[in-house]
Design a protein around this ligand. Structure first.
Ligand SMILES: [Zn+2]
Length: 235
């Protein structure tokens, strides 16, 4: 199993690793990685895997049968190679800021209206949210984003840690995704925005809400009672 270093330290921009196996020349398994694989609404990381002076660009990272696979742009890496991992930090940091912002907005909406999230996707230029809500009014949504923006002006810490499943499931609202249950694991990773939200989550986050900056509502779409959609972005 690849050690997922990003789960402990989301700020790791470089690391040393060993190539465990390579499939079809381009799909690389490492003993440890700083690259986040596509999933949970958060896009994959990019960057490069460097062996000596040769750089292999990481063009996609996915999780297949529990293994994190790094797709590189050309063949050449081999099992046993010692490599240096370099993250495209600008891309990742934006996704971290967006991901933490998404949790804050979801939490405020959930606390204020009881709405559950029915879908969400982070993108580089926006965050998309679907939720179920009786009353769907742009000005109401604006007030939640304003509340979120006030929080993003304060020093609120964000922490992540593992909890035994049984204990984690006692946290109110630990799962805000409608119909979703966390994977059947004995231990769940909790992302806690202190005083704001606790959520079972496998994504990468910033450590302080000030790092988010501010968010802005882009557009709303009414796709039916159980599928209100909003788009917002970091400013
Ligand atoms: Zn999340």
């Amino acid at each position: 199993m690849t050690k997922a270093l990003y789960l402990e330290d989301s700020y790791l921009k470089e690391a040393e690793a060993n190539v465990v196996s390579v499939k079809d020349g381009k799909f690389v398994i490492l003993d440890k990685t700083i690259f986040y694989p596509n999933g949970g609404g958060q896009p994959y990381d990019t960057g490069k895997i460097v062996r000596d002076t040769e750089a292999f660009n990481v063009v996609y990272v996915g999780k297949f049968s529990g293994e994190i696979s790094h797709e590189v742009d050309h063949a050449g890496l081999q099992a046993g190679d010692k490599v240096r991992l370099v993250l495209n930090w600008e891309r990742r940091y934006k996704l971290m800021r967006s991901h933490t912002a998404a949790h804050v907005v979801a939490s405020l909406l959930n606390q204020g209206t009881g709405a559950l999230i029915t879908g969400n996707q982070l993108d580089l230029d926006h965050v998309r949210f679907d939720f179920n809500l009786e009353q769907f009014d742009r000005t109401v949504l604006e007030t939640y984003l304003n509340k979120a923006n006030m929080l993003f002006c304060t020093d609120v810490l964000v922490k992540w840690y593992d909890l035994p499943r049984e204990e984690a499931m006692k946290i109110p609202g630990v799962v805000k995704m409608a119909g979703a249950f966390p994977p059947n694991l004995p231990v769940l990773r909790i992302v806690e925005i202190v005083g704001v939200d606790k959520q079972a989550d496998g994504g990468t986050h910033v450590k302080n809400l000030r790092e988010v900056g501010q968010v802005q509502l882009l557009k709303t779409e009414n796709k039916g009672k159980n599928n209100r959609r909003i788009y917002f972005r970091l400013t």
